[in-house]
Design a protein around this ligand. Structure first.
Ligand code: NAD
Length: 412
């Protein structure tokens, strides 16, 4: 029976999905350090973690039975992806599961800042009846400038238009404009028209310091600014100056250049205490709905990988999905060197095996060939494949010969 170890309180739906697939699940609430992790992985094929557990090269090298790591988070920095790939360990994350949560927070903040809700709220809590329309606006008819039109940026675009906003966006890559959104060629074009500027770029190193004093200078007077992407993208001191000078009428920041390690820790920032500035502790994607969606998504990806060999959306292995034909399946991860496919098929030919279906994908140094074939273990071909110098990991799914791979719907 396959065994899964789920750490760091991943959503219960993950354990349920794995158990429903016949996988034994052990759950532990905390993270484990390197040595504890190695010890705990002795008889485990699937590891589930969130952001605290570090899956280092040493861990991967000392867990020969490990087949897949599911990171129940968006980021994968906590895993040595190259080491995992080199040892044939598939890694899956949840790239889209909290997109909607981030979008809803951004929308809430755009309305709150444009209406100066934070200022009115604070005054009333301080006992002051500050009833005025001054500086408060509807968002309808105002222009939202989105920098980074990926999963989050593009969904925000659709919902903002539904509120009656005009949307312009700037993206480094060619992106399809949704609805009536207008793509601009330069950041300057966007900054010249946007009443609200919101950043949703990814965390590539080149984005460090992307938004500094020169760009704040070019924003419209009275505009608002949001960053819910990565802390290092924005020059926080420059943002503070532009809020204090009144050039910006408000800002919302969810991500910071350095963030406290755990809940309850102290937080220092030059943005604290500023008028009409909303600060949130990196909770853009943190909703109960998102946690459940992440649990659902990642557990199904690792389940499908161990059961069928599907690597769809794996972040470190060649991506491949093959419909099951109902016969045995040979899943061969190999070094991406010339001639492997020909050699593999020669082995099958030598053993008189008839290939029902076959698919190959490569990614960098790795190749992955999945072949559906009858009776291959009895014919001895698997021994030959295992002996090939290019083989990284060979898995065989045969409902009769290899009971450790539970039968799937077609093979049962
Ligand atoms: N606050 C949170 O809790 C939270 C939650 C989820 C994601 N995020 C962050 O939000 C950001 C966006 O996430 P996503 O899923 O939409 O990512 P994505 O990869 O789908 O989209 C990023 C987009 O930014 C574009 N881009 C990158 N650099 C650019 C640049 N310099 N100028 C213009 N465009 C650029 C890319 O071409 C891409 O279209 C990421 O940084 C992610 O880490 C934050």
């Amino acid at each position: 029976m396959l065994r899964a170890l789920l750490l760091e309180n991943v959503h219960p739906v993950a354990a349920q999905n794995l158990r429903d697939a016949g996988i034994e699940v052990v759950e532990r609430s905390g993270a484990l350090d390197e040595n504890e992790l190695i010890e705990s992985l002795a008889d485990v094929q699937i590891l589930g973690i969130r952001s605290k557990t570090q899956v280092t090269r040493k861990v991967v090298e000392n867990a020969p039975g490990l087949l897949a790591v599911g990171t129940f988070s968006i980021g994968t920095n906590q895993i040595d992806l190259a080491a995992a790939a080199a040892h044939g360990v598939a890694v899956f994350n949840a790239p889209y599961s909290n997109t909607r949560s981030v979008v809803e927070l951004a929308l809430a903040e755009i309305i709150a800042l444009t209406r100066r809700l934070t200022v009115r709220d604070k005054a009333l809590h301080d006992g002051v009846w500050d009833k005025t329309a001054e500086g408060a606006h509807e968002v309808r008819g105002r222009t939202l400038g989105i920098i980074g039109y990926g999963n989050i940026g593009s969904q925000l675009s659709v919902l903002a238009e539904n509120l009656g906003m005009r949307v312009v966006f700037y993206d480094a890559a060619e992106k399809l404009a949704l609805g009536n959104a207008h793509r601009v060629e330069t950041l300057d074009e966007l900054l010249a028209v946007a009443d609200a500027v919101t950043i949703h770029v990814d965390g590539r190193p080149g984005n460090a310091g992307l938004f500094g004093a020169d760009l704040f200078d070019r924003m419209k007077p009275g505009a608002i600014f949001l960053n819910l992407s990565r802390g290092f993208v924005v020059d926080v001191a420059a943002l503070r100056e532009h809020v204090l000078s009144g050039h910006l009428s408000g800002a919302a920041v969810d991500v910071f250049p350095t963030e406290p390690k755990k809940r309850g820790d102290g937080f220092a920032s030059e943005l604290r205490g500023l008028d009409n500035v909303i600060l949130t502790p990196h909770v853009g994607g943190s909703t109960e709905e998102a946690q459940e969606a992440i649990g659902e998504f990642v557990s199904k990806k690792v389940r499908d990988y161990v059961q069928t060999g599907s690597t769809t959306l794996s972040v470190n292995l060649p991506n491949l999905q093959l419909e099951h034909t109902g016969v045995g399946r040979i899943m061969l991860l190999h070094r991406n060197v010339p001639g492997v496919l020909a050699a593999v098929n020669q082995v099958f030919a030598d053993h008189g095996a008839n290939i029902e279906a076959q698919m190959l994908a490569t990614r960098g140094d790795l190749g992955y060939v999945v072949t559906d074939i009858s009776d291959v273990t009895q014919r001895g071909a698997s021994v030959k494949l295992q002996e090939m110098a290019s083989t990284v990991r060979l898995r065989i799914r045969d409902a009769f010969e290899r009971p450790e791979f539970p039968p799937g719907p077609a093979a049962g």
